[in-house]
Design a protein around this ligand. Sequence first.
Ligand code: COA
Length: 331
Amino acid sequence: MVRSVIAGIGSYVPTEVVTNDDLSKLMDTSDEWIRSRSGIEERHHAPEGVSCSDLALEASRKALEDAGLSPSDLDFIIFATLSPDQNFPGNGCYLQAELGAGPIGAMDVRTQCSGFLYALTTADAFIRAGIYRNILVVGAELQSSILDFSNRGRNVTVLFGDGAAATVVSASEDADRGILYSELHADGNFASCLQMRVWDISRKPYISRDIFKSGAMWMEMDGPAVFKHAVMSLTEVADNTIKRSGIKAEDIKYVIPHQANQRINLMVAERLGFPPEKFLSNIRKYGNTSAASIPLLLDQTYRSGMLERGDLLLLLGFGSGFTWASTLLRW
Ligand code: COA
């Protein structure tokens, strides 16, 4: 039986650190407000001239090195992002060229903060179907360019950061490791709760003249609605994953949840009856890096020596769409 294992992982964040105090010089906010509402203290922002695929390239090189593979060993690339370099072509194509991976297939996944888990599940399906053996699965975001740094955007801007992480997902005949179970969900009825309406293809031309004035070029969010649905959906998908996969909750070593808000994750842990220390977190230093957040946390957990071969991990994602997802894997 073929299973999909994470054979290599790596991450990269731009060097510039932006603290809550830095943001409070640009808009009416405070370190106390941001910290108490979200658990975030700082985030990283990429400098002008750096693109999302540039961040992904750094992370991908580290993941390939960790796997002991070179770009020519890859069979396919799946790139999850909500902040692609251009509207098209997709970032998978840019990354493929920058890596020099040859003419392998490359595609983007556009399911926002659940994007990495959608991409991972897609890679798992390709591998278990016997189509590919080594797939680069990337989650990367350059969100500092799509945030409104005026007071209008303060409820969103303080939460998000830039970063990238990549995994090499490989076929393995080792039955004791790999992806065991995944669930993917979406409910487009809530699309307007977290969106960026930068263009409207039903209009001619598709970008309006008053785009700057209307704020349509920035991320917009109904924070309380997102919060409520994130807690409900993450609790439900975690609960279903445990029941449907037939594992025991106490056998899960760590939950690696999407890093949107520390309060969301603590509420989910409490509802599931999990000790809070089982729900890992790095939001304090990175904010919400959307599709990069789960693999970034996974990479840091791995590199800090906290993971042992065979550990059972539950990965949980929630984001714009709404989309939400889970993956259960044995490390
Ligand atoms: N600094 C200071 N005050 C702010 C602020 C900021 N950065 N952003 C909003 N406020 C103000 C609001 O204007 C509002 O003021 P008012 O009461 O005078 O109208 C007040 O704070 C409370 O706003 P509200 O949106 O109700 O706050 P909240 O307690 O719901 O917290 C969030 C706001 C955004 C932190 C919270 O809703 C949240 O985290 N939601 C989920 C976001 C998320 O996870 N998104 C990504 C999903 S992938």
